[in-house]
Every structure is written in structure tokens, then in C-alpha cells.
Design a protein around this ligand. Structure first.
Ligand code: ZN
Length: 306
């Protein structure tokens, strides 16, 4: 990496910090021009970085659109991006072990955005051995707002000259998330049912926040195949409790959900865990807020909320 002669303040500050902290190159100035280079390990962190950083940042999402982020494998160029970035944002607890391994090589700041959150434990029956916590914190708007605040703190420390702008952007996004939280509280207050059958156990934090009970087909990791006894128990529960909807995800096969729905006379609908947006969603301008609001509409319909 070579320092350019036309540095703008944000890069000058960043490079100053990097050079003061350790020997080595100046961030990833070569790839991101004069903007702060941020690598985010999956979509919700990329959106938080983009919303807080605005024009002052260049964000790379390690998880491509439409790809499921659990156990993401990294290409050599992605390892290089992690090593060179000014800031790496990731989620700890064994969600993406390859990313957690790679951040030790980061020359910039690497932040586990869930480090200060109270996470939910991994159920005893979970089959994914790398998980030490339920990773799906971002599906609770209250916790996601705290992640946004953590991103604001991090960017403001790395590029203090831009801190006022980062704070303002984070406040704007934070108010949007408060509105979203209020919409969930109101929207899910008076419902005929409180159980949601989901494809994988992504909605534990959301369920805990809004008084729902999650009944997942698979565990915390989506590729887990449910055992025959689990399927039989699920079907019995769906029939016993009058559940109307089996929730699927865009990025997972709906086969098991379709089977349960067919055999119980219920229907399937998509409930997005926002682990990655699909290319269609991205091109139509969807974002965390719009998908969460679509999810709320789906939940209200499924649960018979008035
Ligand atoms: Zn998940």
C-alpha cells in the first residue's frame, strides 16, 4: 500500500492511528480511495456500517447477496480484505468461525459487535459444535440498535474527525429502529396465538422481545436435518395448537416446511431472518427496516393479531 498524495482528513486520521498502533501499511487506502474501508461479515452489519458511515466509508460484505452466512468460507481475496481493512465488523460466538479466525490478521480494528450483548444460550439439542451462543441478535430491533451504536463508537474512534457525522447518522437510524420496535410491540399486542414455526431457530431474540414462542424445525444452524421424531412432534403440535402457518426462508429449501404444511392442512409463508438479502431484494431497495416490516405483516397474519 502506498500513501496517496491527495489524502482527505478521514484517511489521514485513520492512517495516523494505524501507524501509531503498529508497524505496517496504512489501512486499505489502495482499494477504497479516500474512504474508511470497512469489512462486514454479513448483511446486517454491512447495513449498519453503511448507514452510520455514509459517504465516509466503503463497505464490503463478506457474505454475497443470496448466500446464507452461517459457517461462511472465505476466499483468499476476502482474507486479504480482512487483513487490510480499517475496520472489520463481525459476530462472535461461533457463527462464522472462519471470520473469527481471520480477524487475528487484521491490521485495523476488528470488533465483535455482540461482545457487550446478553446473548441467549445454545440449546442442549443443538448439533452445531462451534456455536457458544445464539447468534441471531440482529432480529431484535432493540439489540440491533445497540449494534448500530457500537458501530458508531468504533468508527468515531477510528476516524474522530468524522465523529459528529457518524453520531448523527446513528441517531437517525436509531430512531428508525425505535419506531420499528414500537410497531412490533403494538402489532403483536393482541394476537390469537403466540407460537411461530420457523425453518431454523433464527427468531429466538425476536420471540423473547415480543412475547412469542419459537418452534423451530431445524436448530440454530439452518442445514440441520430434523429427525423423524422431531417432525412427528412438530406436526402434532401444529394440529393441537391450531397453528396456521409454517414459516420458510428464501435461502433455504422449503421441502420440510412444505411437507409439514401439506400434512397438517396449513400454509407456508416466508419469514426472513435477514441473514443475507437476495439479489432481487437488494435491487428493489429493500433493507433491514423494510424486511422487518414485511416480517411483522407475516407474523400478524399468522398469529391472528388484531
Ligand atoms: Zn441463522
Amino acid at each position: 500500500m502506498t500513501l496517496r498524495t491527495t489524502l482527505r482528513p478521514v484517511l489521514a486520521v485513520t492512517c495516523g492511528l494505524v501507524l501509531a498502533g503498529a508497524a505496517g501499511a496504512c489501512g486499505s487506502a489502495g482499494s477504497s480511495g479516500d474512504r474508511l474501508s470497512i469489512v462486514a461479515s454479513f448483511y446486517p452489519l454491512a447495513e449498519a456500517a453503511q448507514r452510520v458511515g455514509g459517504d465516509a466509508v466503503s463497505v464490503t460484505d463478506l457474505t454475497p447477496p443470496g448466500v446464507e452466512p452461517h459457517d461462511l468460507e472465505l476466499t483468499p481475496s476476502q482474507l486479504g480484505a480482512i487483513a487490510d481493512a480499517d475496520v472489520v465488523l463481525y459476530l462472535g460466538g461461533g457463527f462464522q468461525p472462519a471470520v473469527e479466525d481471520a480477524v487475528s490478521s487484521a491490521s485495523g480494528r476488528a470488533v465483535d459487535v455482540s461482545a457487550d450483548l446478553r446473548t441467549l444460550p445454545v440449546p442442549a439439542e443443538e448439533s452445531e459444535p462451534t456455536l457458544t451462543a445464539d447468534p441471531h441478535v440482529w432480529l431484535d430491533p432493540v439489540l440491533y440498535r445497540r449494534i448500530v451504536q457500537e458501530v458508531d463508537r468504533t468508527l468515531s474512534e477510528v476516524a474522530p474527525a468524522q465523529a459528529a457525522s457518524f453520531h448523527a447518522n446513528a441517531d437517525t437510524f436509531g430512531r428508525q429502529l425505535e419506531d420499528l420496535d414500537a410497531a412490533y410491540r403494538t402489532g403483536l399486542e393482541h394476537c390469537a396465538r403466540d407460537e411461530i414455526v420457523t425453518s431454523h431457530a433464527a427468531f429466538g431474540y425476536l420471540a423473547a422481545r415480543y412475547g412469542l414462542t419459537q418452534v423451530p424445525i431445524a436448530g440454530l444452524t439452518p442445514d440441520e436435518e430434523p429427525a423423524p421424531q422431531r417432525l412427528a412432534d412438530l406436526k402434532a403440535l401444529v394440529e393441537r395448537d391450531g397453528i396456521t402457518t409454517i414459516f420458510t426462508e428464501e435461502l433455504l429449501s422449503p421441502d420440510v416446511a412444505d411437507t409439514i404444511a401439506r400434512e397438517t392442512g396449513t400454509t407456508t409463508h416466508v419469514l426472513s431472518p435477514i441473514e443475507s438479502l437476495t439479489p432481487d431484494e437488494l435491487s428493489s431497495g429493500a433493507d433491514y427496516d423494510s424486511v422487518m416490516r414485511r416480517n411483522l405483516t407475516e407474523l400478524r397474519r399468522a398469529l391472528g393479531c388484531s
